[in-house]
Design a protein around this ligand. Structure first.
Ligand SMILES: [Fe+2]
Length: 150
């Protein structure tokens, strides 16, 4: 068993929206958070911790872009609000990364940053992303019905 299997940052299947592409990316985000925690607690050195943090922020940006594109493609009615929530979180993460760079990636601050990111992700996935996935799946189901009725 990997040490990270015991981590509170482990992926929780209750967070599955049922829309594969979103779920896969969410799983990767959790994995990236675990990687930072592992790098931090196993004393791999500041550079590894900072690199893993950079990977996470880059991956999160890509994930948000993909989710927003999905909303555009499906003409999701809550798109602007959802995008604004992503924007707020991006700004918060930028501040956290600045703080890490300023203080140095010590274990205390890394634990704090990872906890904040995890808490935000859980909250966002359970609310905003579940609503989005429900909408997209309903659109897909309707499109399938229309094809079957042809
Ligand atoms: Fe989202």
């Amino acid at each position: 068993m990997y040490a990270s299997d015991l981590s509170p940052f482990k992926w929780d299947p209750q967070l599955e929206t049922g829309y594969d592409k979103i779920d896969n990316q969410h799983r990767q985000l959790f994995k990236a958070v675990r990687n930072i925690m592992d790098a931090s607690t196993s004393g791999k050195g500041d550079k590894v911790v900072l690199d893993t943090l950079e990977f996470l922020t880059g991956y999160a940006l890509k994930h948000f872009e993909d989710e927003e594109q999905l909303q555009i493609d499906y003409e999701y009615p809550d798109y602007l609000n959802h995008r604004a929530i992503h924007e707020d979180f991006k700004a918060a993460v930028t501040e956290l990364v600045k703080k890490v760079n300023h203080e140095g990636p010590n274990e205390v601050i890394i634990d704090e940053v990872c906890s904040i990111i995890r808490a935000w992700l859980v909250n966002h996935i359970k609310g905003d992303d579940f609503r989005l996935a429900t909408f997209v799946k309903a659109c897909d189901a309707q499109a399938m019905n229309e094809i079957n009725e042809m």
